[in-house]
Design a protein around this ligand. Sequence first.
Ligand code: CTP
Ligand code: CA
Length: 228
Amino acid sequence: LAAHFTAKRLQGQHLLVTAGPTFEAIDPVRGITNLSSGKMGFAIARAAQEAGAQVTLVAGPVHLPTPRGVVRINVQSARQMQEAVQSQVGRATIFIATAAVADWRPAEFSDQKIKKDGSGDVPAMSFVENPDILAGVAQSAQAKAGKLYCVGFAAESHDLLKHATAKRLRKGVPLLVGNIGPATFGKDDNALLLIDGKGTKELPHASKDVLARQLVDEIALRLPAVNP
Ligand code: CTP
Ligand code: CA
C-alpha cells in the first residue's frame, strides 16, 4: 500500500507543462529558434503521468515521441504556446514551464520569401519581445488563490544561484529550478538546483528521466494541502 501511494503521488492532479524551443518566423522559409531539445519537459510529462497525474504537454518543434497517456499540443511560436497554455490552464493544478521560449520575435513577418537583391545589401531586422508565458500564468487569479502550483526553469550561463533566485522572485513562482550547467541543451543528463522560499536543494547529476522523477517527488511534497 505504501509503495502504491508513493507511485501515485500526483493522483488527482492535472499537470500542464511546456517544453522545447519556440520558432519565430521571419518569412515562409526562415525563422529564429534555439537549441532546446525538449527532453527535460518530455521526461517530466512522462514521470508525472506515471505518478498518476493527468498531463497536457505543450510542445514547441521537437522530434520526440509523445509519452504514453499524455495529451500533446504542438505549437511553433511563443504566442501560439501562450495561446495553448491559456486554453488549457483552467483545468490544471500544476504548471511547469520548461520551454526555452524565444525572448524576441522578428517585428515583421514577410509573407513572401525575402530575396537577395543582388546589391550585397543585407536586410535590416528588428525584434519585439515575446510575452512571458510563465509570469502571466503565475500572476493569474488561479495561481494567486493557491489552486495552481507554478514551477519555472532557468538556464543561466553564470552566477546560477544569484540569477535564479532573482528570477524566482521576478516571475512570482514558488519553485524555480536551475540547470546546473554547463550546456545542458540537447544532453540526456543534467543536475538541478531547486530554489524555493525556504532555500535551495541540489539534485545531483543524473539522467533527465531520473531527475524528472525526483522533481515530481519534490513538487508533490510542496503542493498545498488542499489542492485544488
Ligand atoms: N519563460 C516563459 N516565457 C517567456 C520566457 C521564459 O514562459 N517568454 C519561462 C521559461 O519556460 C522558464 C522561465 O520562464 O521556465 C525562465 O526562462 P529564462 O529564459 O531563463 O528567463 P527570462 O525571463 O527569459 O530571462 P533571460 O532569458 O533574460 O535570463
Ligand atoms: Ca529567456
